[in-house]
Design a protein around this ligand. Structure first.
Ligand code: ASP
Length: 316
């Protein structure tokens, strides 16, 4: 079975915080990404290519916190993280703290295929991007009024904020419940039973200069292995890093024989909750079975498979 699963962030996403126009925008954004990625799978393309295509579409849409819609750091800049992993070969590529890259996920793929390394950061990643002819974009491409206002409310505090949370926070960020945009990710299973996963993000609003979240860290926010699962996470990165979420799900399947759903539930709904970590993940295995799992109020999510199943959902 071929399957594509995507997310646009998890967090404080409730019906009370969304109007029908916003829901339509998210429907359109998620559907456009599913169209792009699924078309590749349908034509016999690889899960890696489908993941990159879906994430690129989400990065180009300013309603999501990745690429164009990335949030502001404490210094008022955009620093983006992204990762990609091939579950067949266990090859991986990741970038952290990159600026002015139009599509960080394509740079992650370039690192995977052409750098001889797995993980590049900051100015080294920028230099590599230039040498590979990766498309750049000026600062104003990433400017977004809502994101700016979201940041302006907490810039003078020490708070960081998931860009889609609000009233569950204490302090100045609590005054800002209206923003519910998100990190993006995709996992896919192609017709050969090869799986892949990728994640791309602007991180957390008001994050410290140089802060790296879970998204680009292989095993924390992103992982793929044909023997177990492909995972892309979203949520409060510091907790996902410490819980090594994506690889933990894979390990529970590999070493304890848990099913995809059981493994996701243990990590997201038990371990993370006990640590105080909010968020969720999307997962797929090499049979094309998928799972959405989150401990927050909602997660922007969607899927399509060759058995005619399709879904777009936001709330619990
Ligand atoms: N996990 C991301 C980070 O901490 C944020 C998110 O998922 O929205 O950078």
């Amino acid at each position: 079975m071929i399957t594509l699963v995507i997310h646009g962030g998890a967090g404080n996403i409730t019906p009370a915080m969304m109007n029908s126009e916003q829901e339509r925008e998210y429907d359109n954004g998620l559907n456009a990404a599913l169209d792009k990625g699924y078309e590749i799978l349908k034509q016999g393309g690889s899960s890696v290519d489908a993941v990159v295509a879906a994430i690129t579409e989400l990065e180009n849409n300013p309603i999501f916190n990745a690429g164009r819609g990335s949030v502001f750091t404490k210094k008022g800049l955009h620093e983006m993280d992204a990762a990609l992993m091939n579950g067949k070969t266990l090859e991986a590529g990741a970038v952290a703290g990159v600026r002015n890259i139009k599509n960080p996920i394509t740079l992650a793929r370039e690192v995977m295929l052409h750098s001889g390394h797995v993980f590049l950061s900051g100015s080294g990643a920028a230099e590599f991007a230039l040498s590979r002819g990766i498309e750049q974009a000026k600062d104003d491409y990433f400017f977004n009024k809502q994101r700016y206002e979201q940041w302006a409310k907490i810039r003078d505090s020490d708070f960081t904020q998931l860009d889609h949370e609000g009233d569950n926070l204490k302090g100045p960020a609590a005054a800002n419940p209206d923003y519910k945009f998100g990190t993006v990710g995709a996992v896919a299973c192609d017709e050969h039973g090869n799986i892949a996963g990728g994640t791309s993000t602007g991180g957390m609003t008001n994050k410290r200069f140089g802060r790296i979240g879970d998204s680009p860290v292989i095993g924390a926010g992103t992982y793929a292995n044909n023997n177990t699962c492909a995972i892309s996470c979203t949520g409060h990165g510091e907790f996902f890093l410490r819980a090594v979420v994506a690889y933990d799900v894979s390990c529970l399947m590999e070493y304890k024989g848990l099913s995809l759903k059981e493994a996701c539930d243990v990590v997201i709904k038990d371990k993370l909750v006990r640590m105080g970590g909010e968020g969720g993940l999307i997962a797929v295995n090499a049979k094309g079975e998928h799972n959405f799992c989150f401990n927050s109020a909602g997660m922007y999510r969607g899927m399509r498979n060759s058995e005619g199943q399709q879904e777009i959902a936001y709330y619990k």
